[in-house]
Design a protein around this ligand. Structure first.
Ligand SMILES: Nc1ncnc2c1ncn2[C@@H]1O[C@H](COP(=O)(O)OP(=O)(O)OP(=O)(O)O)[C@@H](O)[C@H]1O
Length: 656
């Protein structure tokens, strides 16, 4: 039995956890043996709005997808587009007031000023999104109709005011935009749509704008300012922006907006079919990140009529199947579970108009690439150029960019900040600590942290280790020594992982020992300190790990324990710190200067270029042929960036 000090694990959830892993029998059902190429049924308009008022329904506190699914009411029967509204009783009243999403926000007002060029003509089968900024839906249109029974993902937070308040009049709720003002931005590609300065300049539609206000986003972050107009113009995009800089909204907003405006017959069916045909697919590498994107996307699409469903491994597939049967516009998924659903013919990708890969470099490295290629290239997904493809990450090694270009058509490369660099908001420290001394050193750090806090409370601290066993062992040791710790790694079942994350987020267990499963994407407020107890072998992994602090304009601290075992990281670490204006210890500079420690060893994916400046750029600029992504003539614009080398990716360790 695994020892843990994550006390109070409810017996109810333990019982549940036994059902979490799909069995081999599950996977090998008759359904899954043959991959049936099912046709998606003709699209129906969404059902009438449910009747219970969202105002009376405070969302239960929940953090797991299973809870969300349980909380959702039974789906009403689908209503064909032509179904006439009747005039009696409450159901009728709702039906008669229902306005399908594509007709909402229709405004007789003049459209808002467009800063981006008109969208490209829609090629191919499905057509590309044609909304574009300054499209036919005015931002100040009629208030959207409400999906009254839709659980309110904002909990009991106050409703958006009846009269829309301009974005700029809202209080800024903590994001330090000044921290981003001087950030260098580079775009390359043909006819790059211009950036916007405010959300008001972008015509995302009134319902989505309401949700942006509910999220208390006042201004777009730099990556949003550039990426949203590019995506709204229907262009493929490879975007690289620092950790915690708002990439999730940057790909979610255009997708939701595009679906809201899409032709009604392309909207997904609401129940009634065993094969779900989403319009958008968002892939992410971990279950927890998929859950988080789902939660965010549900907030952004609240009362827009756009339905978001999540599917990830480790949770009961039956529940996810039920959820898919109710209809899905945007499917957020991990690759493994999605392949399972495709093999069971319970999901078809034939209607996909938008494909987004979050943590795209991770999705295309050795761990995930075969599965992702299978999903994107060997199933029934419309080809590149027909669908719109959006790739986002904080790191994008040249080699991965080259692979990613297979998925893209005439794309724009966007780099906000140095590619793969970390934000200056994170104060980075590297300390030379021998293996045998790491635990006592960590204890000193934790003691110092606790002593310096006003109420003697332990600040949220994320401790990264390299192996799952190492995580268990360190968690155990910390608890034994009076530090409230829990752990998250691939050997813990999903229920335990979710519980650990909840316990950490709430501050109940303020120390989380984690493998790289928690390194990417997780947006945990108030993480004060990231400790790299074991340094990773790849500088990109380091960038993502420390990026769990210092998010959304806030500051954070990252401490790394370095010793001879990490010598292959010396140069890239020193370069990264220098690039982020951090003080590089003299001993690390000396390490980095040794020829054998030149940063090209191990799984270090860059730095092989020797003395080149840290960071990266559009790989098409480095290739004489300018790559497959668009040809030499595709390149436009100047660059101040140095080249990023690539020394070959290794197998991800401690990855799930
Ligand atoms: N325009 C905005 N105004 C205020 N806060 C924002 C804005 N956009 C995003 N945020 C907040 O910033 C935080 C970080 O956003 P997000 O998780 O999307 O970052 P990210 O760039 O995807 O990070 P990572 O590289 O680690 O995945 C979130 O809490 C999000 O709610």
């Amino acid at each position: 039995m695994e020892w843990t000090c994550s006390l109070g694990f409810p017996s109810r959830t333990l019982r549940f956890s036994r059902k979490l892993h799909p069995t081999t029998t599950d996977r090998n059902t008759a359904e899954s043996r043959s991959l049936k190429k099912k046709q998606c049924p003709p699209r129906l308009l969404p059902p009438p709005p449910p009747r219970r008022s969202h105002l009376t329904m405070a969302a239960p506190s929940r953090t797991s997808w299973a809870d969300v699914a349980d909380a959702e009411p039974a789906p009403p029967a689908p209503v064909p587009a032509a179904a006439p509204a009747t005039s009696n009783g409450p159901a009728r009243a709702d039906r008669s007031s229902y306005v399908p999403p594509h007709l909402r926000n229709r405004s007789s007002n003049a459209p808002p000023v467009s800063s981006a060029p008109p969208p490209r003509a829609a090629p191919g089968l499905l057509g590309r999104p044609t909304g574009g900024v300054g499209g036919r839906f005015g931002g100040g249109g009629a208030p959207p109709r409400r999906w009254d029974r839709e659980p309110n993902p904002f909990g009991d937070e106050e409703e958006v005011p009846a009269e829309p308040v301009p974005f700029d009049e809202h209080q800024n709720t903590g994001i330090n935009f000044e921290a981003y003002e001087d950030i260098p931005v580079e775009t390359s590609g043909r006819e790059v749509p211009p950036a916007v300065g405010t959300f008001a300049e972008i015509d995302l539609g009134a319902a989505l704008n309401d949700n942006i206000r509910r999220c208390k986003y006042v201004r777009p972050t730099p990556v949003q300012r550039h990426a949203i107009p590019i995506s709204l113009a229907g262009r493929d995009l490879m975007a690289c922006a620092q950790t915690g800089s708002g990439k999730t909204a940057a790909f979610c907003f255009p997708i939701i907006s595009g679906i809201m405006r899409g032709p009604p017959m392309q909207r997904s069916q609401r129940g009634g079919s065993r094969t779900a045909c989403p319009l958008a697919l968002i892939l992410s590498p971990t279950r927890e990140l998929s859950m988080q994107i789902h939660e965010e996307a549900r907030k952004f699409s609240y009362q827009t009529g756009v339905r978001v469903v999540v599917a990830y491994g480790g949770a009961p597939i039956t529940q996810q199947l039920r959820d898919l049967e109710r209809g899905v516009d945007i499917l957020v998924a991990t690759p493994g579970r999605l392949v399972d659903l495709l093999e069971r013919a319970r999901v078809s990708l034939q209607s996909i108009r938008y494909l987004a890969l979050d943590e795209a470099d991770r999705m295309l490295d050795m761990g995930f690439e075969p599965q992702v290629r299978r999903i994107v290239e060997q199933m029934d997904m419309p080809p590149r150029g027909v669908r719109q493809t959006l790739l986002f990450s904080a790191t994008f090694p040249g080699e991965i960019q080259r692979m990613a270009s297979d998925f893209l058509e005439n794309y724009i490369f966007l780099a906000v900040g140095r590619v793969g660099s970390s934000t200056e908001l994170i104060a980075q420290r590297v300390e030379f600590v021998q293996e045998a001394d790491k635990r006592s050193h960590l204890m000193d750090l934790l003691h110092a942290q606790r002593d310096s806090s006003e109420q003697g409370k332990q600040a949220l601290t994320l401790v990264f280790v390299e192996t799952k066993r190492g995580a268990d062992s360190l968690e155990n040791w910390l608890c034994t020594n009076g530090f409230p710790a829990t752990s998250i790694h691939g050997d813990r079942n999903q229920q335990e992982r979710e519980y650990a994350l909840r316990s950490f987020k709430s501050g109940q267990t303020p120390i989380l020992v984690a493998t790289d499963v928690a390194a990417r994407g997780l947006d945990i407020p108030h993480v004060a300190h990231v400790v790299n107890f074991d340094l990773p072998n790849d500088i990109d992994d380091y960038v993502h790990r420390i990026g769990r602090t210092g998010r959304a304009g806030k500051s954070g601290i990252a401490t790394a324990f370095f010793n001879d075992n990490n010598s292959s990281m010396a140069k890239s670490l020193a370069d990264l710190m220098q690039e982020s204006n951090q003080e590089v210890p003299a001993w690390l500079t000396r390490y980095a200067a040794r020829p054998s420690y030149g940063g090209g060893g191990g799984r270090n994916r860059r730095g092989a270029g020797g003395g080149s400046r840290f960071g990266g750029r559009d790989f098409r600029r480095e290739s004489s042929s300018f790559g497959k992504g668009g040809g030499a003539s595709d390149y436009a614009g100047g660059s101040s960036y140095g080249g990023g080398g690539y020394g070959g990716a290794g197998a991800p360790s401690a990855w799930d």
